[in-house]
Design a protein around this ligand. Structure first.
Ligand SMILES: Nc1ncnc2c1ncn2[C@@H]1O[C@H](COP(=O)(O)OP(=O)(O)O)[C@@H](O)[C@H]1O
Ligand SMILES: [Mg+2]
Length: 221
């Protein structure tokens, strides 16, 4: 079983969008997926409800709290992948998610406020890694407008935070905003879109990370 946490302090960074699209594409590929909604806002739960209503393939849903790290390992026989959508603030819930995850993905935007929040998130992930050395952590360029100079500066933000970055990037695209209305991820909502291409590349990359030693990915900083 592979457990992936989407975390980051900044609201609107793209945690839920990434979590739901990862989950949706993994389900499409035949994996048994549990999506854990650990955010009281409940956006991931709303998305799963929408998927069921629209009779779209959906992951199973569970609610996450600060005891996830005790409960989730018992589900190893039932699921291939668990995706945890974390709340946008540092809390015992995020600590619990990191304590049970193999991979933490930290969506990072390009604004000044994104940069500040991102550094704080990386600190929390580093603390979690001291307790759980097998936890791998990666920045993900997400929800960024690459047509603007500020958008392209996202790589500088990530470099300063001294964290490895995934090659896959989820750029600012309309399909990410539209697909949840159909209870879908972008790979089924708009299969030939660039957004779908991005999510497929992200899933390929994440699945490839499994088993790789921390530190073998390209280093930054
Ligand atoms: N790559 C993207 N392109 C366009 N819109 C996006 C993208 N990622 C997220 N959004 C939109 O931004 C808003 C916040 O994203 P969300 O995933 O809910 O962030 P978080 O979970 O980190 O708070 C949502 O309305 C979502 O549709
Ligand atoms: Mg969210």
């Amino acid at each position: 079983m592979l457990t992936i946490a989407l975390c980051g302090q900044k609201g609107g960074a793209g945690k839920t969008t990434t979590a739901t699209n990862l989950a949706a594409e993994l389900v499409t590929r035949g994996s048994r997926v549990l999506l854990v909604d650990a955010d009281p806002q409940g956006s991931a739960s709303w998305w799963v409800a929408k998927a069921r209503e629209a009779k779209q393939p959906a992951p199973e849903l569970a609610h996450g709290d600060d005891s996830m790290h005790k409960r989730l390992p018992a589900l190893a026989d039932r699921f291939d992948v668990i995706v945890i959508d974390c709340p946008g603030r540092l809390s015992s819930v995020v600590r619990s998610a990191l304590a049970v995850s193999d991979i933490a993905i930290l969506p990072c935007g390009s604004g000044a406020l994104d940069g500040w929040a991102f550094v704080e998130t990386v600190k929390q992930v580093r603390e979690a890694q001291r307790l759980r050395p097998k936890l791998q952590a990666f920045a993900l360029v997400a929800h960024v407008d690459m047509r603007r100079a500020i958008g392209r500066s996202v790589h500088e933000v990530i470099k300063q935070a001294k964290i490895q970055v995934l090659d896959a990037e989820l750029i600012d695209r309309a399909e990410y905003e539209e697909a949840p209305w159909g209870g879908q991820g972008v790979t089924t909502w708009a299969p030939s879109s660039q957004a779908a291409e991005e999510v497929r590349a992200l899933v390929d990359e994440v699945l490839n990370l499994r088993g790789k030693q921390h530190g073998k990915k390209k280093a930054v900083g």
